[in-house]
Design a binder for this molecule. Sequence first.
Ligand SMILES: Cc1ncc(COP(=O)(O)O)c(C=O)c1O
Length: 383
Amino acid sequence: MKITRRGFVGSIGLGTAAGILSNSNIFSRGAQAATEGSGSAPKVYDGGIMQLTQNESARGPGPKTIQALHDHISKRLGRGYAPDHVDDLRIALAQRHAVANEAIVLATGSGPLLQAGVRAFCTADKALVTVGPTYTTCEQTAREIGAGLKVIRVNDAMALDLDAMAAAAIGAGMVYLCNPNNPTGTVHSAVAIESFVRQVMRDSPATRIMIDEAYIDYVDPSVMQSAKLLAFEFANVFITRSFSKAHGMAGLRVGYAIGQEQTLKALNSAWNLGDINMLAAIAAITSLNDTQHIVEEREENTSIRQFTVAAFHDMGFEVAESYVNHIFVNLRRPASEFRAACLQHSIAVGRDFPPMENTHCRISLGSREEMLTAVEVFRKVLA
Ligand SMILES: Cc1ncc(COP(=O)(O)O)c(C=O)c1O
């Protein structure tokens, strides 16, 4: 079913769309969810459940990336202990960011880099400063290794409370700053991040700052820019990026960090960052070069987000100002209740995000077709 942009926006509130689960793309889903190309009838790994739960991409990689993957399935895959394309990916990223090759470290997704950061820089005496709510890998790692932990609640606008974070950073091992933030979807401008970094580096020069930009490609550059230049001024600042979001490659596992060589070496020795494989590398290079696809992906996601947010506003619910592929909605009821009700209709929405699990739920944005169906279900279960 093809739904035009106009027809899609025009259908807000009509509740007519047929339920079509888009399983067209095996590469957009991570470990828990994918389809298998066995014979002519692909196996549905998602079990027929619409996945609006893990901030993956419903559309997957762009057509050029899919083509590049097909083109590289050959006997050459039998050779790969020194895999082709992996060095090329690092060089391509260095060129894209206008940095030396040594300023890039690759990982199998950005997740291992988050774990590495906490393991490298936090201890019982050197706390992790993180946010409630934010992406929780750093917090979980801090708990695993018994590191100190300071969780700073987001402000009333659901944005990071940068002043409180800067105060908490004094004497801390590392600050985890997720911009755009997951699950709230909120962003901070380059000016705001620069002023935060300068304050922390002045008041607590030994503290590391990890800036997670996993969702940056969804945001119009007029709203936010990367903080990467700060990583070259301050050795203690580094950036993490992911190909799992706008590039639609969660199932291929590619992430990287940008920072000064000594900081990246510390990450590399603190945790196993994994080995990128040949197909993932060629896909990442192709997607990186296909800048037009990312622009289109951003526009498509923005249109789907506007439709979904408008539907929640129409139902009388507040939504944090999101710029990314998920929204955080104040449903005035526990997320668990909403989750269970949606699951009855074969839709999986986000997990609990303390401290807001009794009021808010995160909903990842699916395809147009999926969101037409999902909004119909949301109207029913929230009525
Ligand atoms: C903010 C943020 N950072 C990092 C990750 C890890 O993603 P990946 O390991 O697929 O790059 C996620 C995944 O959802 C995320 O939301």
